[in-house]
Write a protein that binds this ligand. Sequence first.
Ligand SMILES: C[S@@+](CC[C@H](N)C(=O)[O-])C[C@H]1O[C@@H](n2cnc3c(N)ncnc32)[C@H](O)[C@@H]1O
Length: 155
Amino acid sequence: MRIDIAAVGRLRKGPEAALVDDYLDRFARTGRGLGLPPIGVIEVEDRRGGGMAAEAELLLRAIPQGAALVMLDERGEQASSPDLAARLGRWRDGARDVCFVIGGADGLDAALRSAADWQISFGRMVWPHLLVRVMLAEQLYRAATILAGSPYHRV
Ligand SMILES: C[S@@+](CC[C@H](N)C(=O)[O-])C[C@H]1O[C@@H](n2cnc3c(N)ncnc32)[C@H](O)[C@@H]1O
């Protein structure tokens, strides 16, 4: 099984990068005992001004073939943390790769979004993609702690 975050844009050194690294490290440590691999980060950047369609093409080329696609979008399902944990456990038990996709400043191309196995929302407001990467990393760590039965997540 592979777990990746595929994102448009480069996360440069700074507070967001430090937080993402911290949560991904914590996920790797917690996940070791659960049969969950460390999370990979795939970044794409369209330098030719091709917009969302060009970004979508770059993302599709970078995303592991056959992975379950979870798109981050404000119009998606407002899932709960236990929902995410349960799905993560099922992908693991089914040895299914999974890739979480975060768009750039313009968002995710509609055609790409329609290819998603699941679209999840962190609320109806729009967040900057760098903060979404931090929140997703924390939610994936939280999901691992739920699967581990550790007290990090309070019901
Ligand atoms: C700045 S937003 C994109 C612009 C936004 N789609 C719009 O139409 O204004 C960048 C990316 O962050 C993610 N994102 C932003 N807000 C989100 C939310 N509330 N829930 C889930 N993902 C979100 C999505 O992947 C989005 O493509």
